[in-house]
Design a protein around this ligand. Structure first.
Ligand SMILES: Cc1cc2nc3c(=O)[nH]c(=O)nc-3n(C[C@H](O)[C@H](O)[C@H](O)COP(=O)(O)O)c2cc1C
Length: 208
């Protein structure tokens, strides 16, 4: 009885620690990617061959900031959202677990200690799990009130997706927007609630 109580307490502590872990990201340094927007547009393309070379924290920080970071003192973002509802959430899946990008704090909040990239990739496009980082774009419909707005959510996700394409290109990295993923295990792994629409994912890495 006493042993099982200790085991249960230890489990609870480890679950709580996992849920609360926050990793502070370095300040995004835009000087690390100086390609012009016009050149990035000219070079943008979908890449489906990734090396397993890891991204640095500096690269991840800049990529996430470009995707959906805060770019003004009032908290608005690099990507627009309908009525400024800021419904888009970006999750980061990598070997050491899955994290929610907290744009205001410039930090990652751990949501899982599992490598969810195989679920992001799905069985039909296994190349995606070779990328060191898979970004997952979600629209939190609660930001639009009780009715939600799936249309606005999908449109808002598109801007973030294009930001990721352009930032990856400017940083010498490759990516592809993907609607394909194993949704059920991914929803479970990320701990999403029904109001959080799982819309797109982006494997990002060096081109193989
Ligand atoms: C909404 C959306 C969903 C997509 N889903 C996938 C996908 O599941 N798998 C994939 O390999 N590419 C996917 N793509 C990438 C397109 O296939 C790609 O953009 C298109 O072939 C044009 O190629 P380009 O991006 O190199 O111009 C998707 C693109 C968009 C915009």
């Amino acid at each position: 009885m006493k042993k099982s109580l200790i085991a249960a307490t230890a489990l609870l502590i480890s679950i709580t620690a996992c849920a609360q872990e926050t990793i502070k990201l370095p300040t995004p340094d835009r000087a690390k990617a100086t390609m012009s927007v016009m050149d990035a547009l000219n070079q943008r393309q979908s890449i489906r061959r990734f090396s397993d070379r890891a991204l640095t924290d500096d690269q991840l920080s800049l990529l996430l900031w470009a995707a959906n970071g805060v770019n003004r003192a009032d908290g608005r973002r690099t990507a627009p959202t309908a009525m400024n509802r800021q419904d888009i959430q970006v999750y980061v899946c990598r070997q050491d677990g899955a994290f929610l990008y907290d744009a205001k704090a410039n930090a990652l909040q751990r949501v899982s200690s599992q490598d969810l990239r195989p679920h992001v990739a799905g069985s039909r496009q296994p190349f995606a799990k070779e990328a060191p980082v898979c970004l997952v774009i979600v629209s939190d419909q609660r930001q639009f009130g009780p009715q939600g707005s799936a249309d606005f959510g999908r449109i808002d996700a598109g801007y973030v997706s294009q930001n990721i394409y352009l930032a990856a290109t400017a940083m010498g990295l490759g990516t592809v927007a993907r609607a394909m993923m194993d949704r059920e295990p991914l929803v479970k792994g990320l701990g999403l609630v029904p109001e959080q629409l799982l819309l797109l994912n982006h494997p990002v890495g060096y081109v193989k």
